[in-house]
Ligand binder design. Structure first.
Ligand SMILES: NC(=O)C1=CN([C@@H]2O[C@H](COP(=O)(O)OP(=O)(O)OC[C@H]3O[C@@H](n4cnc5c(N)ncnc54)[C@H](OP(=O)(O)O)[C@@H]3O)[C@@H](O)[C@H]2O)[C@@H](O)CC1
Ligand SMILES: [K+]
Length: 499
């Protein structure tokens, strides 16, 4: 499924009408009907509906919806919130059908907020532009202050469809019925919460008319289709020989988690390059892990011998490495002296900031896995700006430096060097703990060694991580007590669903 911007949604609509012979009013009938049917499934009792209808096509969906709910014998108070002259085109067409059906439009009274139980917000859709003007500003406030269950059509009124909006006032929906495809704002930290629960409803726009947005949502189906099976002829040398570089005296745990996750995710051979002093504390609990030395000063990794990279199918650097400036040379050596698949995470990203020109020149495939704060630092932006524009900032950074980018968050955005994007949404709030990123790094090290497509490797790796968190919470832990090592121990729960 594609993620769309408002402009792309309009293009889809336009093409469906112009090139595929669908009439606009039929699309609106389909939208209103599909949503009405879902409303009837989700609210099957004695609800009393207050339908607020705006002046654009979102309002048009509202006229259809109000008619169908009335046809089904439901209690409906339908309010057109704008003057008659604002209702035009397909919305006017459906207003006339509504009235010809013998149904009336009511005027809003204070009692309506008390005697109804569900408010259906069909005031503004993806066409919202700028700060809300009357009467919408006041109505949005009233809806939010009311005790009614709040249902939004397509998008909560006032909420922008696209990334980038700074100030907005919007309905805080309990449920949003999204028309046809998710909009970018469904995946942004500052806007996703306005949707409440949400469902994406197929209103029958022809798939062939859909624009190529270059951004899709990763699904379990995509994972099943793209996750490589282990051939019967496999041996340890064919399943990926990976190297994890990191772990100082003070943070051995990060290295342990990344290495263990890589092993459990299915790597053939995993080696850790770390300070020798911590090896005795790791080795007994992780007998599958091999070790190789690094140059160390005062417990800090200050250099690596390029020889340790020989024959490796993938390298991950940064976990628990620390920010001592003397470690920067390690990242530099990897950027300038290696050509294989390289993943840079955590403290590795910290050091990378001063090495961006080497990053640009690197020939091999490089993956960066920043969280939003690390991304802000890498591209010299405020965190708030990255939160507002994660799609476009990721795309321009990935293209400029020729890297694959995994911008981690509740909705992780994966961007290829060519600017193609995937949104991966598995996981839960239990992952907001130190160590989650280290586990992801280990998993991604393995998936990037086992997939030929880097995009699929990263998307599947993020899925493996997030879905396991969901399954652990279904089976044993809760979002409070789950810890990152639970994910490593339970990767089998997700692998089993992929068989
Ligand atoms: N495939 C599709 O695309 C399909 C789309 N469909 C539906 O159409 C919806 C999009 O419809 P749309 O384009 O008519 O825009 P919409 O959101 O109703 O708003 C326009 C109105 O808003 C007003 N307005 C704007 N900003 C404002 C502000 N700040 N403050 C106050 N008012 C403001 C503006 O008023 P004006 O500027 O004229 O005064 C105008 O009247 C979409 O979300 C989906 O529900 C389905 O029916 C079928 C398939
Ligand atoms: K709406």
């Amino acid at each position: 499924m594609q993620v769309v911007r408002a402009e792309e949604m309009y293009e889809w609509d336009r093409k469906a009408i112009e090139a595929y012979g669908r009439e606009g009013h039929i699309l609106m009938e389909n939208a209103g009907r599909t949503i009405a049917e879902q409303v009837l499934r989700d609210f099957s009792g004695e609800e009393k509906f207050l339908v607020l209808i705006g002046g654009g096509n979102n309002g048009g969906d509202g006229f259809v919806l109000a008619r169908i709910l009335r046809d089904k014998g439901k209690s409906v108070t339908a309010i057109q919130v704008v003057p008659d002259e604002k209702i035009k085109g397909d919305a006017q067409y459906h207003k006339e059908i509504y009235e010809q059906s013998g149904y009336v439009l009511d005027s809003l009274s204070e009692e309506d907020w008390d005697r109804n139980t569900v408010v259906i917000d069909a005031m503004l859709g993806i066409g919202v532009d700028g700060p809300l003007r009357p009467p919408f500003d006041e109505l949005v406030e009233k809806v939010n202050a009311s005790y009614l269950a709040k249902v939004s059509v397509d998008i909560p009124s006032g909420l922008p469809a696209d990334e980038g909006a700074e100030d907005f006032q919007a309905v805080q929906a309990d449920i949003t019925y999204i028309v046809q495809a998710p909009k970018q704002s469904l995946y942004l930290d500052d806007t996703r919460g306005f949707y409440g629960e949400w469902r994406i409803l197929d209103i029958g726009l022809p798939p062939a008319a859909s624009p190529e947005t270059g951004c899709r949502v990763w699904s379990e189906e995509a994972v099943r289709e793209s996750y490589p099976a282990i051939p019967a002829s496999a041996h340890k040398g064919t399943r990926g020989k990976g190297l994890v570089i990191g772990g100082g005296h003070m943070m051995p745990g990060a290295l342990i988690m990344a290495a263990k996750a890589s092993i459990r995710a299915g790597a053939g051979l995993t080696t850790a390059a770390t300070v020798p002093a911590i090896v005795p504390s790791i080795a007994p609990s992780l007998p599958e892990l091999m070790f190789t030395g690094v140059t160390e000063t005062d417990g800090v990794i200050t250099d690596i011998d390029a020889g340790i990279l020989g024959g490796k199918d993938g390298v991950a650097v940064g976990v628990g490495m620390g920010r001592d400036p003397r470690s920067q040379s390690v990242v530099e050596t990897l950027l300038t002296g290696t050509e294989g698949r390289l993943l840079i995470d955590a403290d590795g990203l910290y050091h990378l900031k001063d090495l961006l020109s080497s990053l640009k020149e690197r020939e091999g495939e490089t993956v960066l896995t920043p969280h939003i704060g690390e991304m802000a630092r890498l591209c010299d932006k405020e965190i708030a700006e990255v939160k507002r524009n994660p799609f476009s900032l990721s795309k321009s950074f990935a293209r400029e430096y020729g890297v694959s980018l995994v911008l981690k968050g509740p909705a992780t955005i994966i961007t290829t060097p060519g600017g193609e994007q995937v949104v991966e949404t598995s996981g839960n709030e239990g992952l907001s703990k130190g160590g989650s990123g280290d586990v992801l790094t280990g998993i991604l090290l393995t998936t990037m060694m086992q997939h030929s497509s880097m995009k699929e490797a990263l998307s599947n790796g993020c899925f493996l991580h997030g879905r396991t968190a969901e399954l652990v919470i279904e089976r044993t832990r809760t979002v409070y007590d789950i810890v990152p090592t639970d994910l490593i121990d339970h990767l089998s729960l997700t692998f089993r669903t992929m068989e």
